[in-house]
Design a protein around this ligand. Sequence first.
Ligand code: DQA
Length: 147
Amino acid sequence: MKILVINGPNINMLGIREKNIYGAQTYDDLVEFCKNGAKELGAEVDFFQSNHEGALVDTIQAAYGKYDGIVINPAAYTHTSVAILDALKAVSIPTVEVHISDVSAREDFRQISYIRPYCVATFAGLGFKGYTEAMKVLIQGKETHGE
Ligand code: DQA
């Protein structure tokens, strides 16, 4: 099981940005947390973070045929990007949406997620744990469907 964890804009600023919302841990801490989680779950995991929408689209396209699942926190692009949705649809890799914060309890503009209808599950407000929960869903899905 090969999983690609993709993070969008400003996730590299974890530990600096709005600590009251996103916590004090850094992006490197997030990567470490996910690596440990993947090890426990017996999955292989790679990571990509970018502040650029096109780079995220390129990375999703490049995942075609290489990964069994995608965990994605598109960050602000969640609420704006049809291009990321279309890229996910194009490669047709099972995908889980993750948000560190509970977007449902925040501003109106964060209530829209272009990718949510396409994703097999969404975890929001669980902090880093959302990423490992997302991996579990992808692994269970693969076991269930025997792909
Ligand atoms: C976020 C929530 C988004 O609304 C925001 O733009 C982010 C991070 C989260 O992980 O909670 O940058 O995706």
